[in-house]
Structure formats: C-alpha cells, structure tokens
Design a protein around this ligand. Structure first.
Ligand SMILES: *[C@@H]1O[C@H](CO)[C@@H](O)[C@H](O)[C@H]1NC(C)=O
Ligand SMILES: *[C@@H]1O[C@H](CO)[C@@H](O)[C@H](O)[C@H]1NC(C)=O
Ligand SMILES: *[C@@H]1O[C@H](CO)[C@@H](O)[C@H](O)[C@H]1NC(C)=O
Ligand SMILES: *[C@@H]1O[C@H](CO)[C@@H](O)[C@H](O)[C@H]1NC(C)=O
Ligand SMILES: *[C@@H]1O[C@H](CO)[C@@H](O)[C@H](O)[C@H]1NC(C)=O
Length: 512
C-alpha cells in the first residue's frame, strides 16, 4: 500500500502540477511546459502557457496543432528532436512569440513566415544551406540570430537587411567562402564568423556596422587584417588564419580595442602594438616570432607569446608595462634573460617560462610573483639570490630540470609557497636533501619530489618518502634529536586531500 501511494505521488509529479498537463510533460506554475520523448506535439495545453520546451523527442515534421495556435506563446523551444521540416506558416499566427529555438535538428531551411514579434532566433546545428532574402523579412525586433554549425556556403548580406535591431549574429562553423552585397546592421554589437573558409571580406563590409564591439574571424583563411574595422571595436579575434603581418598603424583608430587575439598565424614579428592605447590582452602564441614585440601598449595586462622562437628577454621589452599581470613565454628558445628584465612590471603575478633553454633561474624577478613555471629548462641549481625576494610565491615548478641539490635557505625564504614541483631532476640524495625535505614538510608545502639519481645505491628511490634514506640519515648523530620531534607530527605528505592535484601542474589550483 505504501509503495502504491509513493508510486501514485511520483506519477502525478511526473505529469506536472497542472491537473491536465499533457503526457510526458511537466507543467509548472510559471506558465511553462517541458516535454521529453514525444512523438507528436501535445494536442491540448493549458491556455495560460507561455513557454513550451520540447527536447529529445522524435518529431520529424513539425506542425502545430490548432490548439497550440490559439496560445499566447512567448517561447517555443524544440531541440534535439530530429526535426527535418516545419510546415509552412506554422509560426505565422503566434503573434506574441519572442523566442524561437530549433537547434540540433535536421532542418534544411529557415521556417517560413516567422512572426514579427521575434527577438531571439536560434537555428544552430541544423543542415541549412541557403538563406533567402524573404526568410527574415519584417523581423524588425530580432536581436539575436544564431546560425552556427549549418552548411551555408555563400551569403548575400542583403538577406539580413530587415534586421535593423539585430545585436548578435553568429555564423561560426559553416562553409562560407564568400560574402556578397552590403551589410546593413546598424545595431550589431557581436559578429562571429569563426571556422569558415573566408579569404577576405568585401570592400566596405564594415561601413554600416558602426556599433560593432566583438568581432571574431578566427579559423578562416585571411592573409591580411581586414581594412576599415569599426572604431567601436573592443575585442578582435583573428586566431588561426594566415596572417603574415599586422599593420598596427592602420588600426590606430581602434582606440577602445582591449582584446586582440592573433595566435596561430604566420607572424614573424610584431611591431607598433603601442598604437592601440587601450589594449589589455594581446595573444600571439603559435607564430614565428624570434623576438618579443617591439613597443607594447602601456596598459597591457596579459601577454601571451608562448610557442614562438623567442631567444632573449631584455629590459627594454618590458620597460613600460606597469599593469602586466600575466606573461606567457613558455615553449620558446629563451636562453638569455637579462637581470631585472621584468622589474618594472610591478603587478606581475604569473610568469610562464617552461620549455625554454634557461640554465638558471632569472635574477631579480618582480616580488609580486605568485606563480613561476620553469619546467623543462636546463637549470642546474637554485641559488638563494634568485628566489629570496619572492615573498608572494605560491607555486614554483622546477620539474624536469638538472637540479641535484636543494639549499635550505632558499626554501626558508618563501613564506607562501604551497606547491613545489621538483620531480624529473637528477637528485643527489644526501642527508642535506633530507633536511630540505623536513623544512618543506614543516611549512606544509605540497611537494612532488621525484627520484634519486645518486648515490648509486639510492637510484630510483623517492626522496620525499623513502624510509631507507631516512633511516640512513637518522643514524647521523646531529640529526637524531630534532627528527624525533618532527616525526610525531602528522606529515602533510601523507594527507590525501593535498595529494590529489599533484599530477597536473597546469592551472588546476587557485591562487589567492
Ligand atoms: C483542427 O484542424 C483540423 C484541420 O487541420 C480541422 O479539421 C479541425 O476541425 C480543427 N479543430 C478545431 C477544434 O479547430
Ligand atoms: C512552402 O513555402 C515555400 C516558400 O515560400 C514554397 O516554395 C513551398 O511551395 C511551400 N510549400 C507548400 C506545401 O505550400
Ligand atoms: C570609447 O569608449 C569611451 C568610453 O566608454 C566612449 O565614450 C567612446 O565613445 C568610445 N570610442 C569609440 C570610438 O567608440
Ligand atoms: C582609451 O584611451 C583613450 C586615450 O588614451 C581614453 O581617453 C579612453 O577613455 C580609453 N577608453 C577606454 C575604454 O579605456
Ligand atoms: C652527491 O653529494 C655528495 C656530497 O656532497 C658528493 O660527494 C657527490 O659527489 C655528489 N654526487 C653527485 C653525483 O653529484
């Protein structure tokens, strides 16, 4: 009996709160119905419904029943339901409809006669290959149009001429090779055409896009930065194209541009970025740069030059960058790092120098650093001088270098150190190293130590946990007294929650 009651209660919940909620749907008090695994649209719905959400159903041909037509629907969402076609004029009478989302279906064209009330139209992830001028006629209130991941290969821009209020247009992941005709979207703020096959944009493409703030053309085949970019731009993405030069002088009207993404192109030098006075983020990784950019904008906060061929880091490169917080120089060929090269970067907290050719830790790094990555260089030792000012340092990665000994004084001078990666180095497991281990444990630093390379009899043993080594060194008279005390305390090394993250040393922990 109890079970039966529970079952009935569950059943009525499954059918929603409304007494007449359609099968496989749930109706909530907020005038919304959600339905799953339908094979046809419900033939009856409470007349107060404003929002109809259907997903993971099988509705090959969409026809709205006559009942639905009488509703004052504001949102109609049908996704992942294998829908191939929509009966002509289906939405015509829904004169209150504001949002229509038909994504992840198999539609080949835009539904006909969309109501003028529409504000949001999402048709992404379908099989639409042509847009007709009539498709968007009269949609003067439309603000968001998403058509990404369809099969549109040519686009006549006059198609969108009715959309005088459009603010967001997404055309990513189509096969667009060319664009023709004038583009008149006076309110457009956000235009994304990533992952298409564009080689160039037509002349005066931007002439009537005078409000554009975000433009992404990443993943195309552009060989030059488009001309006449609108001066309202805040963010410009041109990653994964075929750019060989960027003429910043021709972009100097972009006075508010704050984010510029140029990674994965074929740039061999960057010069004149200072023409963009408000630039705060510049990403130029995966190019062919042999030198750091010459004259960077003074407001820069993040610079990503990773995966290039840069050999030197000199004082002049960073002279004016007082706001710089994040500097990525990893995966280059840096062998020369001038003493104090980053001294003027008085806010630098994150410095990535892994995978370079450094023989030692750069001297006089800014004392604001919280994270320093020197993994996979050719560093042979850690001197007290190099790290002594880094009072804010929380993460230090020295994995895969050539260090064999650790100076106790170095470790004592790093009060906030939380993560230390030392594995992959040829450790000489002396009793001195064991003393360093104790200092680290007492500080509560999370250490990945690695294995001994010397002396021969200890080779392959883990110096952070080997009992053999401990036993050997505790035999040394002067050590014994202190050790007994320390051993009574719980070892941070044994703490399971601290160990969890140790494998992955890349942005998997918070810095505060
Ligand atoms: C619903 O539409 C069908 C034709 O599509 C029609 O035969 C039927 O009378 C309509 N029902 C009502 C209640 O309007
Ligand atoms: C539906 O509309 C399209 C475009 O307006 C038209 O070509 C087609 O013939 C119509 N189909 C039917 C069945 O009316
Ligand atoms: C740049 O931003 C400022 C402040 O938001 C604004 O007043 C100005 O109009 C913008 N300049 C352009 C060219 O859009
Ligand atoms: C951009 O820079 C100019 C001049 O340097 C300044 O007047 C303007 O306010 C800046 N805009 C923003 C958004 O910071
Ligand atoms: C290890 O350290 C000891 C003591 O300092 C030294 O005698 C020995 O040569 C070192 N071994 C290697 C391989 O560096």
């Amino acid at each position: 009996m109890y079970l039966l009651c529970t079952f009935l209660v569950l059943l009525s919940f499954g059918d929603g709160f409304h007494p007449n909620c359609p099968r496989r749907c749930s109706c909530d008090s907020k005038q919304s119905i959600q339905c799953y695994r339908l094979i046809e649209l419900p033939s009856w719905m409470p007349s107060t419904i404003k929002r109809l959400y259907i997903s993971h159903s099988k509705i090959k041909n969409l026809k709205l029943s006559n009942i639905t037509k009488t509703l004052a629907l504001e949102e109609f969402i049908l996704l992942a339901s294998g829908t191939e076609s929509v009966e002509n004029d289906t939405f015509k009478t829904l004169s209150t409809l504001k949002t229509l989302e038909l994504w992840k279906n198999k539609l080949r064209r835009i539904p006909t006669a969309l109501p003028n009330s529409l504000e949001v139209l999402k048709l992404n992830d379908n099989l639409i290959n042509v847009l007709h001028e009539s498709d968007f006629e009269g949609l003067k209130k439309l603000q968001v149009l998403e058509l990404q991941n369809n099969m549109i290969s040519t686009l006549s821009l006059s198609t969108f001429s009715s959309l005088v209020n459009l603010q967001i247009l997404v055309l990513d992941g189509n096969n667009m090779e060319s664009l023709t005709g004038p583009f008149k979207l006076p309110r457009l703020k956000h235009l994304s055409m990533e992952n298409n096959k564009l080689h160039f944009l037509p002349g005066s493409f931007f002439a009537s896009l005078q409000c554009l703030q975000f433009l992404s053309l990443s993943g195309n085949s552009l060989t030059i930065v488009p001309n006449d970019l609108p001066k309202s731009l805040l963010s410009l993405k041109l990653e994964r194209n075929q750019l060989q030069v960027v003429r910043f002088r021709e972009m100097k009207h972009l006075e508010n541009l704050s984010h510029l993404f140029l990674s994965a192109n074929s740039l061999s030098s960057i010069e004149g970025a200072h023409f963009l006075p408000n630039l705060t983020t510049l990403e130029i990784s995966q190019n062919h740069l042999q030198m750091l950019p010459f004259r960077l904008p003074a407001r820069l906060q993040k610079l990503d030059c990773s995966n290039n061929l840069i050999q030197k880091v000199m004082l002049q490169d960073f002279q004016d960058l007082r706001d710089l917080k994040h500097l990525f120089l990893d995966n280059n060929m840096v062998s020369l790092f001038e003493v104090g090269a980053l001294q003027r970067c008085v806010q630098l907290s994150n410095l990535a120098l892994e995978q370079n050719l450094l023989l030692s830790i750069p001297l006089r790094l800014p004392d604001t650093l919280a994270r320093l990555d020197l993994k996979a260089n050719a560093i042979q030792d850690i001197g007290e001088q190099e790290l002594k000012d880094l009072k804010q340092l929380q993460v230090l990665n020295l994995r895969n270098n050539k260090i064999s000994a650790l100076d106790l004084k170095v470790l004592e001078g790093l009060p906030r150190l939380r993560y230390l990666y030392l594995d992959g180095n040829p450790w000489n497991c002396t009793c001195n190293l064991l003393r360093a281990r104790k200092v680290l444990m007492a500080k509560g630093t999370d250490v990945r130590g690695g294995q001994c390379a010397a002396p021969a009899e200890r080779r392959g043993e883990s110096w952070m946990s080997s009992k053999n080594i401990m036993r050997h060194c505790e035999g040394h008279s002067h050590l014994t007294e202190k050790n007994k005390e320390i051993r009574k305390k719980p070892k941070p090394d044994d703490h399971p929650s601290i160990r969890m993250n140790m494998d992955d040393d890349y942005y998997d922990y918070e810095i505060d």
